[in-house]
Ligand binder design. Structure first.
Ligand code: FDA
Length: 396
């Protein structure tokens, strides 16, 4: 009937990780649920995550793995829906997975398995998913909401915003969630790209060009946040888990500190080597501890020539300083184009940590990445999507 409104108990905007998890949870409670998404397919980021194998949780996830202007906010939801809870769900669906790094669980086969778990759960819970649907307007209607779409007007009691952040616009990311927050008077904290490769100034980029494609384990830090993981030099700059992690703490103009040999006492090693083998070289020492191509290029970059016996104590201290605290000032980051996450977002001080609902609008909820809660690399971001989705789905 023209002009009629289709009514739902719960409408969720965003068929990503958080939205689908929330839809199944609310659907199982008997709620009439509709998930809307402007993209042509649900869960696109799930499919591209973890190199196509989705690092779907981290068994060692704790609130310390999350950045937020309000660090306590995430604790309640994460406590009530744990990595083990998600593992049980995945087990019930017979998905095979493996622990690739300590705590980090990946699908053995394909990220499709995780999306299928969520879509199957939504189907069993009776939640409807409608793709290719943009929302052109939202207004409060009594205690609920009215949404304008090309297909007509939709009404709901509870509206859940699960539109994600700004990273990877080609995958359908938009700032719509932030717009909705602002429309209802919530403040949105400044956003920036996180878990993103660094770009370098042209001189350094050229100097490091011979290292392109080489990865080595490092300890990288910025603002006292240390990450001991591999670093990868690329033709564009610095990437790899260590750099992605540090990027979430980095601000333009900051230096990044890299210990290339975190397991060694470099200065003592060099002094001892000079005593025992005075003819040995720094290149030889580097060769023993770093990938050969990296060792060679890094040595050439610094012009460390000649036998160790020709180096004074102070010079060896400087070499050790360079290796143990290689300090780089990135030009910037690759930005939202390649960032895995968006830092900042809806200010959690205006949300209930129990339900994810806006304190001033009890039937309006914000879950997943749109909220100012951002995880470290390693499965924490999906864990937040699951936990916040369940928290809202249990009450909406
Ligand atoms: P998500 O982005 O998943 O979903 C938002 C949905 O809203 C999308 O379907 C989008 O189309 C829709 N939408 C946006 N605007 C809309 C609008 N205006 N109208 C209607 N719909 C709209 N994390 C992790 O834990 N382990 C991993 O292995 C990885 N790997 C990874 C790789 C890459 C390349 C990226 C980009 C990201 C990751 N992540 C990750 C991060 C992870 O993908 C991310 O944290 C979650 O997908 C966030 O889930 P959400 O549901 O909040 O947003």
């Amino acid at each position: 009937m023209a002009g009629s409104t289709s009514r739902y108990d719960v409408i969720i905007i965003g068929a990503g990780a958080a939205g689908l998890m929330c839809a199944a949870t609310a659907g199982y409670r008997g709620r009439k649920v509709l998930v809307l998404d402007h993209a042509n397919k649900p869960g696109k980021k799930i499919l591209m995550s973890g190199g196509g194998r989705c690092n779907f949780t981290n068994l060692n996830s704790t609130p310390a793995n999350f950045l937020s202007d309000n660090p306590h906010y995430c604790i309640s939801a994460l406590k009530r829906y744990t990595p083990q809870d998600f593992v049980e769900l995945v087990d019930r669906h017979g998905v095979e997975y493996e622990e690739k790094a300590p705590g980090q669980l990946f699908c053995k086969d394909s990220a499709k398995d995780i999306l299928n778990v969520l879509l199957t759960e939504c189907e069993w819970a009776g939640a409807e998913i409608r793709m290719n649907t943009s929302v052109s307007g939202i207004r409060q209607a009594g205690s609920g909401f009215s949404l304008k779409t090309r297909g007509g007007t939709l009404g709901c009691e509870s509206l859940i915003v699960a539109c994600g952040g700004l990273s990877i616009p080609t995958m359908g990311a938009t700032g719509f969630g932030y717009e909705i927050a602002r429309q209802f008077g919530l403040s949105v904290l400044p956003t920036r790209a996180g878990l993103v490769p660094f770009t370098l100034h042209p001189d350094l980029k050229q100097q490091l060009a011979p290292l392109s494609g080489v990865s080595c384990p490092v300890d990288a830090h910025c603002h006292q946040q240390h990450f001991r993981e591999p670093m990868l030099v690329t033709h564009r700059g610095l990437s790899g888990p260590a750099m992605l992690q540090v990027s979430s703490y980095w601000q333009p103009g900051d230096a990044v500190h890299i210990n290339l040999l975190p397991a060694e006492n470099i200065h003592e090693d060099l002094l001892a080597l000079r005593n025992s083998k005075p003819q040995s070289t720094i290149a030889h020492y580097l060769n023993q501890h770093l990938p050969k191509r990296f060792a060679q290029a890094f040595n050439d970059l610094h012009g460390w020539n000649g036998p160790l016996q020709g180096y004074r104590n102070q010079e060896l201290e400087q070499v050790a300083g360079t290796l143990g605290d290689w300090t780089i000032k990135p030009a910037g980051t690759e930005g939202y184009r390649t960032a895995e996450v968006t830092l900042g977002g809806v200010d959690t001080r205006q949300l209930s940590s129990k339900t994810m609902a806006a304190l001033e609008h009890p039937n309006l909820y914000f879950i997943g990445e749109v909220v100012d809660v951002t995880g470290h690399l390693g499965g924490h971001n999906f864990q937040w999507a699951w936990a916040s989705g369940v928290a809202a789905g249990n009450v909406a």
